[in-house]
Design a protein around this ligand. Structure first.
Ligand code: ATP
Ligand code: F6P
Ligand code: MG
Length: 447
C-alpha cells in the first residue's frame, strides 16, 4: 500500500450496479445450525483506502472500498444465468486455478449450470477467428489447477468492442469474468461502457492478472509470488556460476516492462544480488559511479558478483531506437540483458582484466510454471469473491486486496495510472540495503 498512494475521493470508489438484488442468496445453504458460514457482507462494510491518519485529516468522507464477499440478496437468477470467462494478455501462474475456482463456485455454491470459456482472449468473441466457446463444468476443469500455462488460451491485440458485446448478446451471456492485466482492465471498461450504452444487463467483473504487479489499488496480483520464486532459480544459478570462477559475474534478466516489482522482490528473496536494475530507477553505465566501474570495484573487492536487470531498465541507453509496439500497444523494448552482456565484456577486455560472465535469461519460464500453493489459495479466494460480486449485480469492477482484505475496486480507479516501484519508498530502500549497491548516477550525468 505504501508504494501506491494517490489522492482519491469517496465518490471514485463507488461500484456500478445492474439493479436491485431481490433473490435470496443460495450460499445461505452453507449456514450451519451452529452458526458457521452464516455471515453475509452488509452494504456498509468497507475498508479505508488510506490507513494513515494524516491522509484523511480534513476529509469529510474518507475514501473506502466495499468489502468483498457474499451478499444476502443476489441479482441474477442462477438457473437462468449464462456466465463466461475470458483470459487475456500474457501468461501468469495461477490462471488455471482461478478459472477452476470461478467454475466451481458458480456451479456448486450458486447453482449456475451454464458456464462457458472464451478461447484465446478477446479473439474468442469474434466469429472470423473461428473459435468455439468451451462448456465449463466441474469435470472439464478437473485437475487444471495443478497445470502451468493457460487452459483457455490468451491473446493480445484489440478487437471491436461492438462485436464483443454483440457476441455477448447473441450468446445470451449475462455475466462476464475477465482475467487479465492493465490492458484487459481497459478492455473490460470499454465493454462495460458499450453495455451501458445499449442499456442491457450484462455484468463485467475483472480479476487482475499480471506478474508485473503493476495495477493500481491492487496490493498483490496472483502469480506474482510464484514468478518471484521461479526467478530465484536463475539468480541462484548465476550466483553459483559466479562464485565458481575467477572474477565471476552472473547476469540475469527478468521480465518487468515498466514496473520492476519482480526484480526487486526476487532480489530480496535471495540476497545474492549485488546490483538490481529496474525501469523506475535510472543508472549510468559509464563514469566513476556508473555500473561498469561499480561492477569492477565489486569484483576487485569480492571476486564475484550478480547483476539482476529487469527488461525495462536502462532503456535510455537506446534513445532514438524506436522498436514500436506489440499488437496491444505495449512498447517493444530493446534487449538490455544482451546489451549489458556485450558492454561489460568489452569493458573488462579494454581494461585487460579477467572476467567470467554467465548470462541467464529465464524469460517465459517464470510465468508459465504452475502456481505455488500460496498462489492457488489466493486464486481460490479471488474466484469466490469475483462470483459473489458478479451474482450480486455488481459490474465495472475488479476484485482486489487492500490492507489484507478482499475488496471491490472500480475499473476506472485501477487503470488511472500504473503502479510502479517508488524509488523513495520502502521496497527500493530494502533493495538498496540488501544489495549494498550505491546510486549508479554520476553527478555530471555520465561519461
Ligand atoms: N484501451 C483498450 N480498449 C480496449 N481493449 C484494450 C485496451 N487496451 C488493451 N486492450 C486489449 O486487452 C487485451 C489484453 O491487453 P494486453 O495484451 O496489453 O495485456 P494485459 O491485460 O495488460 O496483460 P499483461 O500486461 O499482464 O500481459 C488485448 O486484447 C488488448 O488489445
Ligand atoms: O512476450 P509477451 O507475451 O508479449 O509478454 C511479455 C510481457 O508480458 C509480461 O510478462 C506481462 O504479462 C511482461 O513482463 C513482459 O514484458
Ligand atoms: Mg499490460
Amino acid at each position: 500500500m505504501h508504494e501506491d498512494r494517490h489522492n482519491i475521493t469517496a465518490n471514485q470508489t463507488e461500484i456500478p450496479s445492474l439493479g436491485p438484488s431481490k433473490i435470496g442468496n443460495p450460499a445461505a445453504a452453507m449456514c450451519g445450525p451452529d452458526g458457521t458460514a452464516c455471515r453475509f457482507i452488509g452494504e456498509n462494510d468497507r475498508v479505508l483506502v488510506y490507513p494513515y491518519p494524516q491522509d484523511i485529516r480534513g476529509k469529510k468522507t474518507p475514501p473506502s472500498f466495499e468489502l468483498a464477499g457474499p451478499r444476502s440478496k443476489i441479482y441474477f437468477d442462477p438457473p437462468k444465468l449464462k456466465a463466461a470467462i475470458v483470459t487475456c494478455g500474457g501468461m501468469c501462474p495461477g490462471i488455471n486455478s482461478l478459472v477452476r475456482s470461478i467454475v466451481l463456485q458458480l456451479h456448486y455454491i450458486y447453482g449456475v449450470r451454464n458456464i462457458v470459456g472464451v478461447r484465446f482472449g478477446l479473439q474468442g468473441f469474434i466469429p472470423k477467428y473461428g473459435f468455439q466457446m468451451m462448456d465449463l463444468t466441474p469435470t472439464v476443469v478437473e485437475g487444471i489447477h495443478g497445470r502451468g500455462g493457460s487452459f483457455l488460451g490468451m491473446s493480445r491485440g484489440p478487437q471491436p468492442m461492438e462485436d464483443i458485446v454483440d457476441s455477448l448478446e447473441r450468446q445470451n451471456i449475462g455475466l462476464l469474468f475477465m482475467i487479465g492485466g492493465d490492458g484487459t482492465l481497459r478492455a473490460g471498461q470499454a465493454i462495460y461502457e458499450e453495455i451501458s450504452k445499449r442499456k442491457i444487463k450484462i455484468g463485467v467483473i475483472c480479476i487482475p492478472k499480471t506478474i508485473d504487479n503493476d495495477i493500481s489499488f491492487v496490493e498483490r496480483s496472483f502469480g506474482f509470488e510464484t514468478a518471484v520464486e521461479a526467478s530465484t532459480g536463475a539468480i541462484r544459478g548465476a550466483h553459483n556460476e559466479a562464485t565458481g570462477a575467477p572474477n565471476g559475474l552472473g547476469l540475469v534478466k527478468l521480465m518487468g516492462r515498466l514496473s520492476g516489482f519482480v526484480a526487486a522482490q526476487a532480489t530480496l528473496a535471495l540476497a545474492d544480488v549485488n546490483f538490481c536494475l529496474i525501469p523506475e530507477v535510472e543508472f549510468d553505465l559509464e563514469g566513476e559511479h556508473g555500473l561498469l566501474t561499480q561492477i569492477e570495484k565489486r569484483l576487485d573487492d569480492r571476486g564475484h558478483g550478480v547483476v539482476l536487470v529487469a527488461e525495462g531498465a536502462g532503456q535510455k541507453l537506446f534513445e532514438g531506437k524506436d522498436l514500436g509496439t506489440d499488437p496491444s500497444g505495449n512498447p517493444v523494448l530493446a534487449d538490455i540483458g544482451v546489451y549489458l552482456k556485450m558492454r561489460i565484456t568489452e569493458y573488462f577486455k579494454e581494461k585487460q582484466k579477467a572476467l567470467t560472465l554467465k548470462y541467464i535469461d529465464p524469460s517465459y519460464l517464470i510465468r508459465s510454471v504452475p502456481a505455488s500453493s500460496d498462489d492457488r489459495v489466493f486464486t481460490g479466494f479471488l474466484g469466490h469473491h469475483a462470483v459473489h460480486a458478479g451474482m450480486s449485480g455488481r459490474t465495472g469492477m475488479l476484485v482486489s486486496t487492500w490492507g489484507n482484505h478482499f475488496v471491490h475496486v472500480p475499473i476506472t480507479l485501477a487503470v488511472g495510472h500504473r503502479r510502479r516501484v517508488d524509488p523513495q519508498g520502502g521496497l527500493w530502500r530494502a533493495v538498496r540495503e540488501a544489495t549494498g549497491q550505491p546510486s549508479l548516477i554520476n553527478s555530471n550525468g555520465g561519461a
